[in-house]
Write a protein that binds this ligand. Structure first.
Ligand code: XMP
Length: 172
C-alpha cells in the first residue's frame, strides 16, 4: 500500500477544519454526529479541534462491503443520536464517494426537526458523485482510488492506520 495522505497532513487539515467550524457555529447549539464506523477516528480528532461547546452523537449507516461501492440496501440507525430538535446538526462521514450515504443520512435526520443540517467528509472522491449535494466541509479531494486507514477499512481491516493509504491491485 502506498501512503496517499500522511498523519501530519491530516492533523493540519483537521485542525483548520475545527477552527472553521468553531467560527461558523459560535453561540449555536451544535451537535456533531459521527456516521459509524468509518468516521470514528476523524470525529474523535475533529471534536477536539472545535472550541465552541457542542454535543456528540453517533449514527450508523451500512451497506457497503469490499473494494467496490455497490449501491445497495443502505441501513441507517439513529437510535443513539441525542435529541436534535432545534439544534444545528453537523453530520460527519469518512468519505464522500457516490454521495448516496450522506444524502440518505441527511434525509433521515430531517424528520427530527433540527434547526439546520450540514455535512462534512474527510475525503471527497473526484468524479464519482451521483447526487446533487456536496459536503459543506471536507478536508481532502482524492482521485478515484480505494483508500484505507484513519477509520477507513478494507473488509474491516486497516481502520487503525494513522494515515490514508491507497490500496493497490496487489493488496486487494
Ligand atoms: P457513498 O458512495 O455512499 O459511499 O458516498 C460512502 C461510503 O462508502 C465507503 N467507501 C469507502 N470505504 N475506502 C473505504 O474504506 C474507499 O475508498 C471507499 N469509498 C467508499 C465508506 O464506508 C463511505 O462511508
Amino acid at each position: 500500500m502506498k501512503t496517499l495522505i500522511d498523519a501530519a497532513e491530516i492533523r493540519q487539515r483537521v485542525h483548520n477544519l475545527g477552527r472553521q467550524i468553531s467560527d461558523d457555529y459560535r453561540h449555536k447549539p451544535l451537535t456533531v454526529v459521527s456516521v459509524l464506523t468509518g468516521s470514528l477516528v476523524f470525529v474523535a480528532d475533529l471534536v477536539r479541534e472545535i472550541s465552541t461547546p457542542h454535543r456528540i452523537g453517533v449514527a450508523h449507516a451500512s451497506s457497503y462491503r469490499g473494494k467496490t461501492t455497490v449501491p445497495g440496501e443502505l441501513k441507517i440507525s439513529l437510535s443513539l443520536v441525542p435529541d436534535i430538535r432545534g439544534r444545528d446538526v453537523l453530520i460527519v462521514d469518512d468519505i464522500f464517494d457516490t454521495g448516496q450515504t450522506l444524502k440518505r443520512v441527511v434525509e433521515a435526520f430531517e424528520s427530527y426537526s433540527p434547526s439546520s443540517i450540514r455535512t462534512a467528509a474527510l475525503l471527497l472522491k473526484e468524479g464519482r458523485s451521483t447526487v446533487e449535494m456536496v459536503p459543506d466541509y471536507f478536508c481532502f479531494r482524492i482521485p478515484n482510488v480505494f483508500v484505507v486507514g484513519y477509520g477507513l477499512d478494507y473488509n474491516d481491516d486497516y481502520r487503525h492506520l494513522p494515515h490514508i493509504a491507497e490500496m493497490e491491485e496487489a493488496d486487494l
